[in-house]
Design a protein around this ligand. Sequence first.
Ligand code: SF4
Length: 321
Amino acid sequence: MELTTDGSPKDRRILVATSACLLGHRVRYDGADKRSDWIADTLAQHLTLVPFCPEAEAGLGVPRTPMRLIRDSQSLRLITLDPPTRDMTLVLQHFIERKMVQLSAVPPAGIIFKSGSPSCGLKSVGVWHPETATTEMGSGLFAQACLQAWPLTVSVQESDLTTTMNRGLFLERLFVMDRWRHLLECGQAPKALSRFHARHKFQIMSRDRQALSILGQLTAGPPGEPRVAEYGRRLLTTLAIPPSHALQIDVLMHLYGMIKKSVSASENKEFLSLTEKSRQLRTSLHEPLSWLRFQAQRCQNRYLLEQWYLFPDPRQAAIPI
Ligand code: SF4
């Protein structure tokens, strides 16, 4: 069996639970779907997408009357919109309990939710407060249960996957956290925590320097499960921050510092000029990054070759965004 450089099988497919309507299943309240071509065609070729539809699977039927979330002083309830209004909370909760047991057999590495749905939406659902006649934004009932059950699962909604940048960031998070899960499943943590951190250092640094320092301290603390669990939680939170242009330039300069003595004066000049141009114009970092990749390979610089920031998992790199 061929292995990746983190020791996991090369052909291992990442499991991502996905709202069925995004995959083209006609399960919405109006009998339609909300197919996303990128999810249903592109991602489905590279990841194992497991469809779920809380409302259809709970037996509410297709088509069905639309519903909304209502919060009163007692509880959060799922209520039909059309009169006579009916409370569907218990029906959905029974489904959620069954589904959680089923999915827990192999918990998903990621979940893609349909936004705005009172079952699936992620912080994008209007929740009506009758006592104050106000609406606040919240998450659907199934989405809430998933977030609680699998805090280390990479959870997004399709409305956050419409730009190239956001798609790239989602895949990056998914593959980092997949490597994290692999580390836990193999029983390699906490022994291998330092090496894991060293290989992800620049992905973390591109988001938050303080988080890098805290995560670094966690790798150096006394061995034990709480330290490992805290590392995983903080890692996922940090990866949710989009990398800033300024911090990415810092990352490039750090990486450059590891190789500058191995390249000629004119090559050094070329890198510095490419990076300065990108810094001043705030343009893509593609050129200095390509320079670093090329030189890392040419000089066989092991430290740089092991950086996931520079050389993403080939399975991740193969997914068009
Ligand atoms: S948003 Fe969720 S509940 Fe609604 S149709 Fe899609 S999968 Fe089903």
